[in-house]
Ligand binder design. Structure first.
Ligand SMILES: Cc1ncc(COP(=O)(O)O)c(C=O)c1O
Length: 438
């Protein structure tokens, strides 16, 4: 009934692309799914383990893995039990169960800042609702954020993150989509990452109106920029000194290097964080975690609204139980570290001998590719050397050789492997990366 037939002629493919264009803007359900390297949408037929097949029947070794959401692989065996159980239990939307409590308890055990949890679907929803809470609790509307970091597509945060080179100092900051009101941009104070002096100056200057310091602690959304030693600590100290809330957006960094995310990796505990992507084991599940008295500002205990018909459907909670059970097994981390060690050592060699200046930066199971430099990239300004054209050519060349890197419009973003990748897969990826450096 739900079979997707393989397309066998150029005419049939052209017809499908046309049907897509006519029924969905650009033929896609997410603007960034229109693949600039391919010059068209990527339509998939099925996915399994570390691979997917497109509608033409071409198989790709997947180095996107749903942008990090499919960390257990596509269709991991353990998830089948969740689908069966949800059906048996009644699928259940808009009803909480003891299993919701079990997952919340587990997350409080795993994530250092977690004393209470609220679930959302997407990461964008999570950051939106968390920022509303931060504004209510701090009593101050402005947020301090960092260029190169990404926190979702909504009006609170799609501002000042990735401005063009001539807009770095724009006031109010650059809005990243048409339709975002100029008034929203007045509420955002973007800074360069890893510059403690700039942060201290901004915190002092804006202490009356800014109540939140929002950080993507590992900046995967700019080619994987790590926090400089001491930077997160100084953010923690400044937040405490000026009565601000420290908010780590760990939608991506959760469970990429350790179960507890960057706050575990770098030993700095925020007041509040968001986690997501892989949390649902490929199903849409994100969460807000934080200190008890802060989280209890949410109604019905407090006065901050957070509700939704599709908050925490049971199936996604079961996906979360499957995923968290996996990351509590030491063998999960041994496998991920073994794969990473093999991949990153060899990528560094490729970078050394590549005719193109390129740099690979990594943290846990995800890494960035930055074309245009061989030097460490520590902030957004430095990342502007990245060549989008080279990146798109690289993605095209790699996919022609059977390895899929998502194009991100050519931006330096993030790629990664999953539990389903084997050492042989990593070797294939390395061969293709080497060959695609044209
Ligand atoms: C750090 C971070 N925050 C928020 C988001 C938004 O999450 P979603 O795409 O689930 O809305 C992303 C997605 O890439 C992200 O990487």
């Amino acid at each position: 009934m739900f079979q997707i037939d393989r397309i066998t002629s150029p005419e049939a493919l052209a017809d499908l692309l046309e049907r897509g264009r006519r029924s969905m803007p650009g033929g896609v359900c997410s603007s960034t799914r229109w693949n600039r390297a391919w010059g068209r949408p990527v339509y998939a037929r099925r996915a399994y383990g570390a691979r997917f097949e497109d509608v033409e029947g071409r198989e790709f070794l997947d180095m996107s893995m749903s942008h990090g959401a499919s960390l257990l692989g596509h269709a991991p065996a353990a998830l089948k039990a969740a689908f069966d159980a949800a059906w048996e239990l009644g699928v259940m939307t808009s009803l909480d169960t003891p299993l919701h409590i079990e997952l919340a308890e587990r997350l409080c055990r795993i994530v250092p800042c977690g004393e209470r949890v609220r679930f959302t679907g997407s990461g964008s929803e999570a950051t939106l609702h968390a920022l509303r809470l931060c504004r209510a609790a701090s009593g101050r509307d402005k947020i301090i954020r960092f260029r190169g970091h990404f926190h979702g597509y909504h009006e609170f945060t799609y501002i000042g993150g990735h401005p063009p080179a001539d807009q770095l100092a724009a006031r109010p900051p650059h809005r990243e989509s048409a339709g975002i009101p100029a008034a929203m941009a007045e509420l955002v104070i973007p800074l360069e990452y890893n510059d403690p002096q700039a942060l201290e100056d901004a915190v002092r200057r804006h202490r009356e109106e800014a109540g939140t310091i929002l950080i993507e602690p590992v900046d995967y959304n700019c080619g994987c920029i790590l926090p400089a030693p001491g930077f997160l600590e100084s953010a923690r100290e400044l937040a405490d000194r000026y009565g601000m809330l420290l908010f780590f957006d760990e939608i991506q960094s959760f469970a990429k290097n350790s179960p507890g995310g960057a706050q575990q990796d770098f030993g700095v505990t925020p007041d509040i964080c968001t986690i997501g992507k892989s949390l649902g084991g490929s199903l849409p599940l994100s969460a807000i975690l934080g200190r008890a008295e802060l989280m209890d500002r949410y109604a019905p205990v407090g006065d901050v609204a957070h509700s939704g018909t599709f908050n925490a459907p049971l199936l996604c909670i079961l996906g979360g139980l499957v995923f968290t059970a996996e990351i509590e097994r030491p063998e999960f981390w041994q496998t991920m570290q073994r794969l990473g060690a093999r991949l990153y050592a060899e990528l560094d060699d490729i970078a050394k001998r590549s005719p193109l200046p390129v740099r690979f930066q990594h943290h846990g199971s995800r890494f960035g590719i930055i074309f245009g430099t061989r030097e460490p990239v520590t902030n957004y300004r430095q990342s502007l050397c990245h060549s989008k054209e080279t990146m798109l050519r690289f993605c095209r060349e790699a996919s022609e050789r059977g390895v899929y890197f998502h194009d991100y419009g050519g931006a330096a973003c993030h790629h990664g492997y999953s539990l389903a990748h084997t050492e042989a897969d990593i070797d294939t990826v390395l061969e293709v990366v080497d060959a695609a450096m044209l």
